[in-house]
Write a new protein. Sequence first.
Lengths: 275, 103
Amino acid sequence: MTLVFAGACSHAPGITGRANRGDPEQRKNLLESYDKMRLAIKSSGAEALIVIAAEHFANFFMNNMPAYCIGMADYYEGPIEDEEWLGIKRVKVPGNSELSEEIIQIVMNDIDVSYAQEWKFDHGISVPLNFLTPNYDIDVIPVNINCQGPPLTPLNRAYEFGKSIRKACDSINTKIAIIGTGGISHWPCTPDSGKINEDFDKTFLNSFIFNDKKALLSYSDKETYEKAGQGGFEIRTWIAVAGACEGSKGELWCYEPIPNYAVGCTVANMEINYK
Amino acid sequence: MSLYYVQKLIYELNRNPDTTKRFEENREALLASYDLTDEELTAIRKPDIGLLYVLGVNGQILMHYAALWKIPWDDYLKSMEDGVKEHGPVRTGLYARTEGKLS
């Protein structure tokens, strides 16, 4: 029973790369919420942090795109983006290949996950880490769900993937925190960048907070694309966290739609129900 | 149209410093190693961010190409708007799947 923290948050590059272009009050609330999450992870005693992310063609490409991948290296590098562009200095991030292998082996009973011994973090992981582990002093295990474009893994599989990761965490004698990062509605890097569908976001967040499996898995990709843009496909990362905490409830710590950051900036936690 | 290879070129430019160096020092030889149409080559060389968007390049890849050319964020967004005005709607890829066409 070693999952000690679970939550989800945004990772938009504008949060750090265009930091000064957000409304100051909204930004203050966002940063305080990231810090609340940082302290919660720290006080949980977590020895490793699993980041379920949706990377953006930094490591995985259409020549061999895994639906699911877990990192299995002793260190990673990031961000891959220009440091000035993203506003985050490139660093080595500690990993734990042995712990990764243990987790991967267990997850493989349920999901044909791929693994990677080399991984250059993009903003999808580097932005959350910048706020949650600013000293890079905890082992990170990166996890990717392909959310960039079809064919996409079905939502129920993302949920089951989260359940499987939970199963692995609970059978390993290491305290582990898990966060999902992505979404919710956004149209990143397109002419529609800055558009935010608050109704979609709030409905989804409500389903997440109540861990309403039926509602979370009810979205079709067609509906998500139409209402939440291609960035909406990243709801899979949140759904995986919901799966990891099946039956428990969450709490919304921040929702600030900030068009200059191109996303509704969100921080939420999920209680851990020990079975 | 060879959207796959346009995107692969930019993916590798973003990821591999050696590819970026070749792009700066021996660009034509590098471009020749990808299966690109004349229109794609023109868009890459210029660079015509708007045309690359219309050709279907995913924004998560395209923004890195704009950053490589030090194109400011607002100009990058405007380039895509201008591209659609000049070249018409996005022809293929994810962004062409609008109006309920995504299956």
